[in-house]
Design a binder for this molecule. Structure first.
Ligand code: WT7
Length: 667
């Protein structure tokens, strides 16, 4: 339970959690772009890599000029005083203007911006012009409720068009949004709201999940009991809940009433400095406290729009579907800002992939003629397990590009995705990036790159990535090491909200001058990058980041738990699953009921995604003499090397003897 060194896990362990690295490196299947794809690709000249490497700032300046509309041009492309970056210094810009207004100047005004499908089956299409009207009305409502440029607004909602409208309305008036994933608990909401002193919360009465109403407003109400900065709450009516949603007088306002009050009001987009804070997004790290990654405006738009266009080879008539929830960074960069800046048609789906049946995704693709699909390996493995008969029931021939993100993808899942979903004709782009990086940094260019299943291939043009050893020296091809980035990029996070020191320490001090990602990686003999998973105490469960310390804090806040340690264990579908080792206070019984109560408690404290899959009870936790929990040892135990893998009572004697053995070999 102490803040550890950022690198507390060995590369060997990282590799073993993603499995079979040696098998990976023997992967010999190759998928070059077809001649037709190459000929029609947005980027088809491999010289772009040399051009961008020779002049990275010039490369991004050109993208900024051609892709984004600026109210005022920049004086300098980049000011870099590591780790402080400022991009397009002196320029003025507005994200909502770029994602909406400017498309009204062309035929795109009546192009579908968002094609939305609710879980119960409703459909809504918002054209760019519709989006313009809605964003203006929401901006006017926010202003009437006292939100001004520079304020923070928290958004806690499911996957409905209003979440996008709310984000763009904030961006329009220069308020900084922080979207909190709809699965987080009341306590997680209040932690985030208080950390950034949000003034207003936008939420919904609830949402639909697997055929049932899930309450959201009630969770917000509980959170706000401890959030003194929040003055107003806007509530979208999503579920027409027949139970009365209690509205607090003077604080809560229904979204549809506020929108009606706005009428046809137009709110001029603020001319914002390029470095104006666009959003804060909280992500897990190696301590118990999530980090509020701050993203700013100009560079972020350039980075996301450029990579979205080139990596997904976006064409004007594509129907693009990113399945990520808007509550995560993938939703921010590749469902909202990148695609809308590019004037794309985006599909948005509210619910789960297995409702009403396990073919829902394939039915959505067939119904709307989706051409580009961007999803996570955990979803692909789930679909594989459900069986090819579900996609086989639908015509998926509209698809032309497949993307994956969030965790390493095993070659078997990659090949299944390509063959079964992509009919063996669609390039699969495996995209490596992070909440902190804002944009994709390692990925193929589908018109150029010969793909290898399981490899994210090469750094994007201008991105200088390296794999280094403990001393920061580049390791030879074929060897494993830590992934670092040696140059700034436009969509990079600028700092951690309210904690610039932590930002510097966490990312820029391990290898001075370089960004330390926290991932292990290897390059093969041809220079392809293979990501090996996290090398710190950060878990990746179903492509969601969860900090071991966060879960441990939640565990020890249960009255029965004296001490707790959490590790990730390999999981066929989720990538990693959470295993918790708990020692109980005197008088409590370590049985199945207790395990279930502890799991539920973590769900209450953080959210269902953080619930441990397994709870092991131990008399004590194995620690070093300096009282550091030996998670690696626990990992061995959990992987069945010592214990069985069911929720069960551990044999304290086994742990004690391992401890003894370990300390013996350590000294
Ligand atoms: C961590 C970042 C970026 C959006 C989703 C996750 C892992 C991400 C890949 C990939 C291997 C990947 C890394 C990274 N990761 N993409 N293509 N191959 N690993 O964002 O929650 O900030 O997590 O996800 O471990 O550090 P995030």
């Amino acid at each position: 339970m102490k803040a550890g060194n950022p690198v507390t896990m060995t590369l060997e362990t990282a590799a073993s959690t993603t499995g079979q690295i040696d098998a990976l490196l023997q992967e010999d299947r190759r998928y070059p772009p077809s001649a037709a794809f190459h000929a029609a690709a947005n980027l088809s000249d491999a010289a772009v890599y040399e051009r961008a490497a020779a002049n990275p700032e010039g490369f991004w300046e050109e993208e900024a000029r051609t892709r984004i509309t600026w109210f005022k041009p920049w004086d300098r492309v980049l000011e870099w005083d590591a780790p402080r970056a400022r991009w397009f210094v002196g320029a003025e810009v507005n994200a909502a203007y770029n994602c909406v207004d400017r498309h009204l100047q062309s035929w795109r005004r009546n192009k579908a911006a968002i094609i939305w499908e609710g879980e119960p089956g409703e459909q809504r299409v918002l054209t760019y012009r519709d989006l313009y009207r809605e964003v203006n009305r929401a901006s006017a409502a926010l202003k009437r409720m006292g939100v001004v440029k520079g304020d923070r607004v928290a958004i806690y909602m499911g996957m409905v068009p209003e979440i996008v409208i709310a984000m763009l309305a904030c961006a329009r008036i220069g308020a900084t949004h922080t979207v909190i994933f709809g699965g987080f608990s009341a306590e997680s909401i209040s932690d985030r709201v208080n950390d950034c002193s949000a003034k207003l919360v936008i939420t919904a009465d609830g949402g639909w999940r697997r055929g049932a109403r899930v309450g959201l407003k009630e969770v917000v109400d509980r959170a706000l009991a401890t959030c003194p900065t929040v003055q107003r709450v806007l509530v979208v009516n999503r579920t027409d809940d027949p139970r009365v949603v209690p509205m607090q007088d003077g604080r809560d306002v229904w979204w549809h009433r506020a929108m009606a009050d706005s009428g046809a009001e137009i709110v001029e987009p603020e001319r914002l400095d390029s470095e104006h804070p666009l959003y804060i997004l909280y992500t897990s790290g190696t301590t118990g406290k999530p980090k509020g990654m701050l993203h700013t405006t100009g560079g972020y738009l350039v980075g996301t729009a450029t990579t979205h266009d080139t990596i997904f080879d976006l064409k004007e008539d594509d129907v693009y579907w990113c399945t990520a929830d808007v509550g995560w960074v993938t939703g921010h960069s590749y469902l909202v800002y990148g695609p809308l800046a590019n004037g794309a048609t985006c599909v948005m789906y509210e619910g789960t992939p297995d409702y009403p049946d396990k073919d829902r995704f394939w039915s959505v693709i067939e119904k709307y003629g989706v051409t580009i699909l961007y999803t996570a390996p955990t979803a692909i493995r789930t679909f594989m397990k459900w069986g090819s008969e579900y996609p086989a029931k639908h015509d998926l021939s509209s698809l032309r590009i497949l993307g994956t993100v969030g965790e390493p993808i095993n070659p078997a899942a990659w090949v299944w995705y390509r063959e079964v979903i992509g009919g063996d004709r669609c390039p699969v782009v495996d995209t490596w990036w992070m909440t902190e990086t804002g944009q994709i940094l390692i990925a193929p260019l589908p018109g150029i790159t010969t793909l290898k299943p399981g490899s994210a291939t090469f750094p994007y043009p201008s991105i200088e990535a390296d794999v280094v050893d403990d001393q920061g020296n580049s390791v030879p091809l074929g060897k494993g090491g830590y992934l670092v980035l040696k140059r700034p990029w436009p969509a990079m996070a600028r700092t951690i909200w309210g904690d610039p020191e932590r930002y510097e320490k966490q990312y820029w001090s391990r290898f001075p001058g370089s960004y330390f990602a926290g991932d292990g990686a290897r390059r093969d003999e041809e220079g392809y990058f293979w990501l090996l998973g996290r090398v710190d105490d950060v878990l990746n469960v179903s492509a969601h980041r969860i900090g071991t310390m966060e879960v441990e804090s939640a565990l020890v806040s249960h009255p029965a738990v004296a001490e707790a340690a959490v590790i990730g264990i390999p999981h066929e579908i989720k990538g990693q699953a959470i295993a918790a080792f708990c020692s109980l206070r005197a008088g409590f019984t370590p049985d199945d009921q207790m395990a279930e109560a502890i799991r539920a408690h973590v769900g209450e404290k953080i959210g269902a995604i953080a619930k441990p899959d397994k709870v092991f009870f131990t008399a004590e936790l194995p620690k070093t003499r300096s009282a550091k929990i030996m998670r690696r040892l626990l990992r061995d135990i959990a992987e069945g090397k010592v214990l069985g893998d069911t929720t069960t009572l551990a044999d304290p004697a086994v742990l004690a003897s391992i401890k003894e053995q370990y300390e013996h070999t350590e000294s």
